[in-house]
Design a protein around this ligand. Structure first.
Ligand SMILES: C[S@@+](CC[C@H](N)C(=O)[O-])C[C@H]1O[C@@H](n2cnc3c(N)ncnc32)[C@H](O)[C@@H]1O
Length: 455
């Protein structure tokens, strides 16, 4: 199928979706945008695209656990530290509370505006219609947070009955608390009515039917999701996966480890490994012309991409990966955010702050294979504009009262402005090999003029 025809189809689908408006969604957007504007520290959080608050922790059980681990095994890789802090079953950062929104810790794009999820929903519809029309499709979302992105996408599918009848939603979520929130949001029921339990779907820990009539299942890992034609979505998921850190020294590259601080029994500190470590042997590949003094490697992200590619290769499908990131030029990006700003030390008060590292898209690409096509990364601004977010904004403005206009416009600006979320966030897509010049929507310029697109 030619590129021009494809972009025209996208524009038609966007116009169709844009002409519809949900008052309930509009009010969600309005209230979010209101508190976005009123909270302090927004400038800092906007740079990072997360908004943080913290809760007092009388005794840091996680710190005790980490120190006990270090005492028995010696200093640990940063990857082990990050994994424990974020997803430890008892006191991991994500595991037992809502970390998003006004009473939580930070804001992500789907929480900023309904337009974000709608654009991704139209993307799924478009790619399915162009490449797999009529076939049953699994929408697999990795790390769905509050379930807001999935909810906004399902509402788009309701505008396209042909896909609505063919699609099921599969959520990969490790946090029991967030899994319950997702269930509640997607079913519209109280969390007690959608408890975890036996499931008909092998590997799933919960099954439900969404308020839109689309079936939803939850899994702890991608490996548990059944094989089949799938669309994989990962938004701000890969940045939460554990990284190994390496530093250049006069003696060569050394892995950065986390150790107890001998000068302070309540603190941890970074140290350098004396020699090679399993990770430095297995993961570190330094080019002779390497200019950086620090390198971060996220094998879990690479393996996730590898698994997605293998599934697309065997069952067909597509993937959309979105995160803040770079193409192999950045080194020391590991950081923590707390109280709405950068935390000076990611090792202090573990579990009370979010840990994150920029995604290296060039590293991810090295895990793709010759049987898939890879597109991007392109900036979030470019992707959303190419998807027609401007048309959607116009439709929302036309259909809402003037009091809602400022929040709609500020949401649009926050998502697309280069000095806010537009530049730092990138989109990469993976499709099964088509053997043609086909490009997915969002990665092709959109032109509404005469129904003909241009690249
Ligand atoms: C930063 S949040 C992003 C949430 C959502 N995608 C959004 O943009 O609003 C990261 C999400 O990934 C989940 N998560 C983190 N590590 C995970 C893992 N190893 N397996 C599955 N989910 C994980 C968290 O519980 C959370 O839902």
């Amino acid at each position: 199928m030619g590129k021009h025809l494809i972009t025209w189809s996208v524009s038609q689908r966007i116009c169709k979706a844009a002409s519809w408006m949900s008052p309930r969604l509009a009010s969600r957007h309005t209230s979010e945008a209101c508190y976005n504007q009123s909270l302090p520290g927004m400038l800092e959080s906007t740079k990072r695209c997360r908004y943080y608050t913290t809760q007092a922790q009388p005794e840091n059980l996680l710190l005790k656990h980490l120190k006990a681990r270090i005492k028995s095994n010696g200093p640990m890789p940063v990857a082990d530290y990050m994994k424990e802090v974020l997803t430890n079953a008892y006191s991991g950062y994500y595991m037992h509370k809502d970390v998003f929104g006004k009473d939580g810790d930070f804001i992500t794009s789907p929480e900023v505006s309904q337009m974000f999820g709608e654009m991704l929903g139209v993307w799924v519809v478009n790619e399915w219609m162009n490449n797999y029309n009529g076939q049953t499709l699994q929408l697999v979302e990795l790390g769905p947070g509050r379930g807001t992105l999935a909810d906004d996408m399902l509402r788009v599918f309701c505008q396209f009955p042909s896909i609505k009848d063919k699609i099921s939603l599969h959520l990969v979520e490790v946090s029991p608390a967030l899994g319950q929130m997702q269930a509640s949001k997607l079913t519209g029921k109280d969390t007690s009515e959608v408890e975890e339990g036996d499931s008909d779907c092998v590997g799933a820990y919960r099954n439900a039917t969404s308020k839109y009539g689309i079936d939803v299942s939850w899994y702890r890992s991608l490996a548990d999701v059944p094989q089949g034609l799938s669309c994989f979505i990962a938004h701000e998921f890969l940045d939460a996966l554990p990284i190994h850190k390496f530093q250049k020294t006069e003696a060569g590259w050394r892995e950065v480890l986390v150790d107890e601080d001998p000068g302070n029994p309540d603190a941890l500190r970074f140290v350098l490994a004396h020699g090679k470590t399993p990770a430095s042997v297995a993961l570190l590949q330094v080019e002779s012309e390497e200019q950086r003094n620090h390198i971060e490697v996220c094998p879990s992200a690479g393996l996730t991409v590898q698994e997605i590619c293998q599934r697309i290769q065997s069952d067909g499908g597509m993937a959309l990966l979105a995160d803040y990131g770079h193409s192999g030029e950045k080194g020391d990006t590991f950081r923590a955010f707390k109280r709405h700003k950068l935390h000076e030390d990611p090792l202090s008060e573990p579990g009370s702050a979010d840990l994150t590292a920029d995604v290296d898209f060039s590293y991810l690409k090295s895990f793709t294979n010759a049987d898939v096509d890879v597109f991007g990364p392109v900036t979030q601004e470019k992707y959303l504009i190419n998807m027609g977010i401007g048309v959607r904004l116009q439709a929302l403005l036309q259909k809402s009262s003037q009091e809602h206009w400022p929040s709609l416009i500020s949401g649009f600006k926050m998502l697309t402005s280069p000095d806010q979320m537009g530049e730092r966030f990138k989109f990469m897509s993976i499709l099964g090999k088509t053997g043609s010049s086909y490009k997915p929507a969002g990665f092709v310029e959109l032109n509404y003029g005469d129904g003909q697109g241009s690249s």
